[in-house]
Design a protein around this ligand. Structure first.
Ligand code: PEP
Ligand code: MG
Length: 438
């Protein structure tokens, strides 16, 4: 993906992880064009009656999902001139803060240029795609004792800490929410023989043992499987390492910039029951307090959660007893409210549009009637328990204008979206505020 100028896939949808990652990188992506007949072996595909061979040019529009024959010239987006003026007007009127979903210092810097006022979601697993990092991450996944896993985590800790330091630097004192590890672990295991052998050698295990571990990670429904806070419940040492990395990074950056007054925000994903959250939070608090004390610091920090499982929304009053903030993960909340797989819905949603069952992709435009009702309920229940609760959204809807307007109506503190959607979110938030006054 890193080498691509644009990405077009047959399978997937608006919120497949491929689309989410591409959006974060600022690479144009159309994910889930089911009309393509792919002939992988002969390196060609057919679409709308035309066959394209390797090397034939096409253009794609990631916002509309349109695919064009040939090359359409483009220019890089910058905020200057009249665009800059309109953005300044938008900032004058909007009530919603606009943060960004950014996982790397480069994305974070880009988002700052585009006006982001914080990071609403740093997907920490995305920090391990690089070739020089994936090895340690795979060792962590394929460990079969706590000691082994801790050894691998010791290699990962300095990498995470240094990334977090760079994120804090890039954000210049604005808030940064760091989400703990979320994805199903099998997404990261090697598939090529050479990589499996390298991992086996690094761990002093046989290729067969590694293959068995990989096979044991297989899940029939990984998006509803061993991911999110479930990883920290099974392997608390991961949460411990991530807490150390966040707190150490914030303490180091505070030494260089004492006026920034950093308050790290640690976000626990995929919580459905307050007891899960409490279990993980207790680990986070114990490690964070130990780190802060050892550094002789008085730094404050917050532990919050994503609201992305319907049960969390329904029990938000209980969840708020432990969570200091909520952030709606509307990608998963849409997936689990509708029961539509976010990776597969692209295949059948066209039939829904044709038959006028749906006007829009609910993964792109928030379903205000159903998912929106859960959000409204969560805010009401959450604030009844904890009136100072701050609430944001970091699903892809955070960059969609009609969904941003809805978030304004609900009284959210911020929306968070991928860097290149920040200007649209700023404008939509201002339009919503002005419409509200009228
Ligand atoms: C979400 O579910 O909306 C979310 C932001 O998390 P992810 O897309 O990483 O699952
Ligand atoms: Mg999610």
């Amino acid at each position: 993906m890193k080498a691509s100028q644009g990405i077009l896939t047959v399978r997937g949808g608006m919120t497949s992880h491929a689309a989410v990652v591409a959006r974060g990188m600022g690479t144009c992506c159309v994910s889930g064009c089911g009309d393509i007949a792919m002939d992988e072996e002969n390196k060609k595909f057919t679409l709308a009656g035309k066959t394209y061979h390797e090397g034939d040019p096409i253009s794609i529009d990631g916002s509309t999902g349109n695919i064009y024959d040939g090359i359409i010239p483009t220019v890089d987006a910058t905020i200057a001139g009249e665009f800059g003026r309109i953005m300044a007007w938008a900032d004058k009127y909007r009530k919603l803060k606009v943060r960004t979903n950014a996982d790397t210092p480069t994305d974070a810097k880009k988002a700052r240029e585009l006006g982001a006022e914080g990071i609403g979601l740093c997907r920490t697993e995305h920090m391990f795609f690089a070739a020089d990092r994936i090895a340690a991450f795979r060792e962590m996944i394929c460990s079969d004792t706590v000691e082994e896993r801790e050894k691998a985590l010791d290699k990962i800790l300095p990498m995470q800490q240094s990334d977090f330091e760079k994120l804090y630097e890039a954000l210049e004192g604005n808030p940064v929410t760091i989400r703990f590890l979320d994805p199903p672990l099998h997404e990261f295991v090697p598939t090529e023989e050479a990589d499996i052998k390298a991992l086996a050698d690094a761990q002093g295990k046989s290729v067969e043992t590694i293959k068995n571990i990989i096979a044991s990670l297989h899940e029939f429904n990984p998006m509803m499987g061993h991911r999110g806070c479930r990883l920290a419940v099974t392997y608390p040492e991961i949460a411990k390492m991530q807490t150390r990395a966040v707190i150490r990074a914030a303490i180091n950056v505070t030494k260089a910039h004492p006026d920034w007054n950093l308050v790290p925000e640690i976000m626990i994903p995929l919580v459905g029951d307050v007891k899960e959250l409490k279990y993980v939070k207790d680990i986070v608090v114990a490690v964070a307090d130990e780190e802060i004390k050892a550094a002789g610091s008085n730094m404050k920090y917050e532990v919050g959660t994503m609201i992305e499982i319907p049960r969390a929304a329904l029990t938000a009053d209980e969840i708020a007893k432990e969570a200091e903030f909520f952030c709606f993960g509307t990608n998963d909340l849409t997936q689990m409210t509708y029961g539509f797989s976010r990776d597969d819905a692209g295949k059948f949603l066209n039939a829904y549009y044709d038959k006028k069952i749906f006007e829009n992709d609910p993964f792109a435009k928030l379903d205000q009637t159903g998912v929106g009702k859960l959000m409204e309920m969560s805010i009401k229940l959450g604030k009844a328990t904890r009136p100072e609760l701050h609430v944001g959204i970091c699903g892809e809807h955070g960059g969609d204008p009609s969904s941003v307007a809805f978030c304004h109506k609900l009284g959210l503190t911020y929306v968070s979206c991928s860097p290149f959607r920040v200007p649209i979110a700023r404008l939509a938030a201002a339009q919503a505020a002005i419409a509200d006054e009228k």
